[in-house]
Design a protein around this ligand. Structure first.
Ligand code: F6P
Length: 319
C-alpha cells in the first residue's frame, strides 16, 4: 500500500484527533502517504483533502472535536454517491481507507468495503452503542463532562431543596445516563432500554422527601422522555420544586480524557497495522483491554446489549 485516506464522520467526539494523529504517524512510519479528507464522506466525494504529514497532526492530541471536521452527507447515502466515492479514491490512488465514526459511518464503511475498497473502521460515538467494543471513542470524556456538570448542579440543588431533571445525550442508548447516574450518586436514571414508571419514580422521591432528603437528581437519556414533562409530574405529585437542565452538545466537546487519548492512539495505530497486514472490512474494538478486529458485516447486524447489571446497580444505589 502506497497511500491511504482517513476520514472522521458523523457526530464528532473527543479522541478523534488522537486516532487521526496515531493512524497518520503509524502509516508514515511504514512509508505510506496519508490523505486526510475534510468533513467526512462529503470531503471524500468532493476530493477535498489535506496531505497529512507528521507535522500536520502535531498539536491536536489534546484538542476536542476533529480537526478534519465532520459532516453528514446525503449524497453518500445513495448508490451513485458511493460509486463516486470509489472513483474518487481510484483517481487519487488511495489504496485503503480508515473511517472513524459511529454506527451510520461504519455502515458507510461496510458499503465501501462491498464495493471493493479496503477499509478499517474505528468506533467513535459518545452513545457507546456500537457492538464489539467495550468502549467507543469519546464516551469517557463525555462522561467526565457530565459528571462535572452534575456535581455543580448538585451543589445548587442542595442549597435550594430542589429536584433536577438533567437531560444527557443518547437517543436510543441509556449508557451515558446510567453510568453518570452511578458515578454522580443520582437518585434515578431514565433510559430508553427500560420503560420508566413515573409513578414509581415519584413514590421513591416522596419516600426520600419524607425521610428528610430534600434534593434529588434524575438523569434522563434524551430519547427516554420529555424532561419538562417529567419535572412537572414530579412537582405535581410531591410538590418538590423541580428544575430542568439540558446538557446538550457541551457533552461532546472538551479536551479528551487520558482514556480517550490512549484509546484513540491504540485504535489509530492498530487500524493502520491491520490494513497494511491485509485485513479488510473490519472494525477495531476494545475487548477486555485488547484491540480486536471484527468484521463490519458482523458489527452491522449486531446490537450492543445494555449492561443489565449496571442498569440494575444504578437503580439500587440511587435509592
Ligand atoms: O450519536 C451521538 C449523538 O451525540 C447523540 O447522542 C445525539 O442524539 C446526536 O449525536 C446529536 O446529533 P447532532 O450533533 O447532529 O445534533
Amino acid at each position: 500500500m502506497k497511500r491511504i485516506g482517513i476520514i472522521t464522520s458523523g457526530g464528532d467526539c473527543s479522541g478523534m484527533n488522537a486516532a487521526v494523529r496515531s493512524a497518520t504517524r503509524t502509516a508514515i512510519g511504514h512509508g505510506v502517504e496519508v490523505l486526510g479528507f475534510r468533513k467526512g464522506y462529503l470531503g471524500l466525494l468532493k476530493g477535498d483533502y489535506l496531505e497529512m504529514t507528521s507535522r500536520e497532526v502535531a498539536g491536536i492530541l489534546h484538542r476536542g472535536g476533529t480537526f478534519l471536521q465532520s459532516a453528514r452527507s446525503e449524497e453518500f447515502r445513495t448508490e451513485k454517491g458511493r460509486e463516486k466515492a470509489v472513483q474518487r479514491l481510484k483517481d487519487l490512488e488511495v489504496d485503503g481507507l480508515i473511517i472513524i465514526g459511529g454506527d451510520g459511518s461504519l455502515k458507510g464503511a461496510l458499503a465501501l468495503h462491498r464495493l471493493g475498497v479496503p477499509v478499517i473502521g474505528i468506533p467513535a460515538s459518545i452513545d457507546n452503542d456500537i457492538p464489539f467494543t467495550d468502549m467507543a471513542l469519546g464516551v469517557d470524556t463525555a462522561l467526565n463532562n457530565i459528571i462535572y456538570a452534575v456535581d455543580c448542579i448538585k451543589d445548587t440543588a442542595s442549597s435550594h431543596d430542589r429536584a433536577f431533571v438533567i437531560e444527557v445525550m443518547g437517543r436510543n442508548s441509556g449508557y451515558l445516563a446510567s453510568m453518570s447516574a452511578i458515578a454522580c450518586g443520582a437518585e434515578y436514571a431514565i433510559v430508553p432500554e427500560i420503560e420508566c414508571d413515573l409513578s414509581d419514580l415519584c413514590n421513591q422521591l416522596r419516600l426520600r422527601w419524607e425521610e428528610g432528603r430534600s434534593n434529588a437528581i434524575i438523569i434522563l437519556a434524551e430519547g427516554a422522555g420529555h424532561a419538562q414533562n417529567i419535572a412537572d409530574t414530579i412537582k405535581d405529585a410531591i410538590g418538590f420544586e423541580t428544575r430542568v437542565t439540558v446538557l446538550g452538545h457541551y457533552q461532546r466537546g472538551g479536551a479528551p480524557s487520558v482514556f480517550d487519548r490512549l484509546l484513540g492512539s491504540r485504535f489509530g495505530n492498530s487500524a493502520v497495522e491491520f490494513l497494511l497486514a491485509g485485513q479488510r472490512g473490519k472494525m477495531v474494538g476494545l475487548i477486555c483491554n485488547a484491540i480486536v478486529p471484527t468484521l463490519l458485516e458482523t458489527v452491522a447486524v449486531s446490537e450492543k446489549r445494555p449492561q443489565e447489571e449496571l442498569l440494575g446497580m444504578a437503580s439500587v444505589l440511587g435509592i
